[in-house]
Design a protein around this ligand. Sequence first.
Ligand code: UDP
Length: 238
Amino acid sequence: MTVAIYKRVLLKLSGEALMGEDKYGINQAVMRRIVLEIEEISKLGVEVAVVVGGGNIFRGMKSANDALERVTADYMGMLATVMNALALQDAMKVIGLMPRIQSALRIDQVVEPYVRARAIQYLIDKKIVIFAAGTGNPFFTTDTAAALRGMEMNVDIMLKATKVDGIYTSDPKVNPDATRFHKLSFDEAIAKNLQVMDATALTLCRDQKMLLNVFSIFKAGALKRIIVGEDEGTIVTV
Ligand code: UDP
């Protein structure tokens, strides 16, 4: 029998993951594949919370310019994550999962606000909680939101889904000799500036001793393999 080694997890899905090979927006076929992967681990009894990014629609830092303040751009970025969360919610409903979105910014007609106790109850009830709008603050990223919500939800591990199957010594697309780390410490990841996540998110994880696994969401079955304790991607520990 396949047994999950984690009871509760936080999955960080970047906006890019939802884009697939497209240049912008949401690729429905990719979205469907991702929700099926989530269903696989949910079936094992794992409680799943998701933080979704917004980079496939809008990125604050890149978009700020003379006519658009950084803070405004960041709010736009956070709203982009709400759009992704809505799409993710519908894709989950189609396959029979029970998603609930909670937003760090209040848009009450559209999604409910973040309430920690309610989110935890949803997880206990085996609903998938999708956290939208990042931390609700400009100058942060959804990686930091993922670390934060993961800690608030007392998850056993944060799973960062990327396009690459783990953390490499350098960018494997640029350097064919780059090798993958199976295991790494937060201090090493920060010191080597390995572009895993931003330093705020990494430091938060390190200080709270939150386990992190970086893996490719495009590799079929990878998410489930992590959940059952197989060596997949890169694991980052204190
Ligand atoms: N953002 C923000 N505060 C947060 C989270 C996100 O201001 O707590 C904004 C920021 O502009 C960011 C955008 O939302 O560029 C989209 O988030 P992110 O870049 O983290 O998305 P991802 O790279 O995961 O797709």
